[in-house]
Ligand binder design. Structure first.
Ligand code: 5GP
Length: 359
C-alpha cells in the first residue's frame, strides 16, 4: 500500500518572518559575510553566500566578473579581499580553452567560482582537463537532475578520490538521508531542491518534488549534524525568498530566474513591439537539449520551460536589491550578521504574502 506522509510541508510563499525586538540602528550595520570550513575538503570559504545558478544563461564568465566584485558597504578588508563577493557556478558547456582564457585574464575571479559537471564519463574527463588547465580552481559543482541514484553516489566518491583538496558541491536532493549519504561519500555542500525552479517542469511532468522551505529546514539539519553545508537551489522569486532560505538554515542560496534577463546572461536581446527581452530556459528544456545534444531523447520528457524575460540591464542593480532586502530582513529580526539569521528566525504560517490590490 502506498504511504502518505501527512505532515504539512511548506514553501517560501507559505510563511513570513515574525519581527523581533532589535538593537540594530540601520541595515548598513548588517554583515552578510559568512566564513565556512568545509567538512571534506578542509578548505575555507569567506564571502556573501549567494550563487548564480550553473545554467548556461546565468552561470557565465561575465556574471562571475560582476559577482566577484566587492559588495560591501564601505568596509573592505585588506586581509581577505574576497569576503564580500558573491559566487558563480559556471555552467558545464564552456570549453577548456575558454576556461584557460578566463583564468588568464581574470585570475581574481577564480576564488569564487565552481566548474560544473554532470555524471557522465565525458563530463569527468572534461572536469579533469579544466582542473588541470586552471590549478587555482577550488570548487566543483556536480549537478544532476536526480541526486538519488546509486550511480551518482559512486560518481561523487570517484570525484572525491581524484580531487581530495577541491570543495565539492553535489545534488540535487531534498531529504535528509540523501544529504547524509552524499556528504559521507565526499561532498562538502549539498544542493537542495527538486522542482522549485522558475523554469522547471519536473513537478508537472513527473509529480515528484518537495516544498522548498521544508526541504531546506530538514536538509540543513541533516547536513549541519555532519558538519556539512547546503545550498538552497531554486524557487527564489524575490529578495524576501532569499532571506527565507537563509532563515530556514541554508548556508548558500542559488538563484537562476532572479538573475535572468541581464547583460551578463548568455543570449542575444530580442526586440518585440518596442520591448526588449532575453531568452531564459531550463537546462533540460527543449531549447537546451536542442542546443547541446541535438534534441530531446525519445525516452525522456523535457523538464524545463523556455521563457522570454524582460531585459533588466546590468545585474549590479538586481544584486544590490537582493543584498538590501536580506540586510533589511536581518534588522527586522535583530540579526547583526547573516550567521545569526536562522537562530533569530521564527516563521509564521500565512495565507497571503502581500496585498494584491495593485498587483
Ligand atoms: P530558479 O532560481 O530559477 O527558481 O531555479 C534555478 C534552478 O532550477 C537551477 O539551479 C536548477 O537546479 C534548476 N533547473 C534549471 N534548469 C532546469 C530544468 O530544465 N529542469 C529542472 N527540473 N530544473 C532546472
Amino acid at each position: 500500500m502506498p504511504r502518505v506522509d501527512a505532515d504539512l510541508k511548506l514553501d517560501f510563499k507559505d510563511v513570513l518572518f515574525r519581527p523581533k525586538r532589535s538593537s540594530l540602528k540601520s541595515r548598513s550595520e548588517v554583515d552578510l559575510q559568512r566564513t565556512f570550513t568545509f567538512r571534506n575538503s578542509k578548505q575555507t570559504y569567506s564571502g556573501i553566500p549567494i550563487i548564480a545558478a550553473n545554467m548556461d544563461t546565468t552561470g557565465t564568465f561575465e556574471m562571475a566578473r560582476v559577482l566577484s566584485k566587492l559588495w560591501c558597504l564601505g568596509v573592505t578588508s585588506v586581509l581577505c579581499p574576497f569576503q564580500h563577493t558573491l559566487f558563480t557556478a559556471i555552467h558545464k558547456h564552456y570549453t577548456v580553452e575558454e576556461w584557460k582564457n578566463f583564468a588568464a585574464n581574470h585570475p581574481e575571479c577564480l576564488e569564487h567560482v565552481a566548474a560544473s559537471s554532470g555524471s557522465g564519463s565525458g563530463d569527468l574527463d572534461k572536469l579533469c582537463a579544466i582542473a588541470e588547465a586552471v590549478p587555482a580552481l577550488k570548487y566543483i559543482c556536480l549537478d544532476v537532475a536526480n541526486g538519488y541514484s546509486e550511480h551518482f553516489v559512486d560518481f561523487v566518491k570517484a570525484v572525491r578520490g581524484k580531487f581530495p583538496m577541491h570543495t565539492i558541491m553535489a545534488g540535487n536532493v531534498v531529504t535528509g538521508e540523501m544529504v547524509e549519504e552524499l556528504i559521507l561519500s565526499g561532498a562538502d555542500i549539498i544542493k537542495v531542491g527538486i522542482g522549485p525552479g522558475s523554469v522547471c517542469t519536473t513537478r508537472i511532468k513527473t509529480g515528484v518534488g518537495y516544498p522548498q522551505l521544508s526541504a531546506v529546514i530538514e536538509c540543513a539539519d541533516s547536513a549541519h549534524g555532519l558538519k556539512g553545508h547546503i545550498i538552497s537551489d531554486g524557487g527564489c522569486s524575490c529578495p524576501g525568498d532569499v532571506a527565507k532560505a537563509f532563515g530556514a538554515g541554508a548556508d548558500f542560496v542559488m538563484m537562476g530566474g532572479m538573475l535572468a534577463g541581464h547583460d551578463q546572461c548568455l543570449g542575444d536581446l530580442i526586440e518585440k513591439n518596442g520591448k526588449k527581452f532575453k531568452l531564459f530556459y531550463g537546462m533540460s528544456s527543449d531549447t537546451a537539449m536542442k542546443k547541446y545534444v541535438g534534441g530531446v531523447a525519445e525516452y525522456r520528457a523535457s523538464e524545463g520551460r523556455t521563457v522570454e524575460v524582460p531585459y533588466r540591464g546590468d545585474v549590479e542593480s538586481t544584486i544590490r536589491d537582493v543584498l538590501g532586502g536580506v540586510r533589511s530582513t536581518c534588522t527586522y529580526v535583530g540579526a547583526a550578521k547573516l550567521k545569526e539569521l536562522s537562530r533569530r528566525t521564527t516563521f509564521i504560517r500565512v495565507t497571503q504574502q502581500s496585498s494584491q490590490m495593485f498587483a
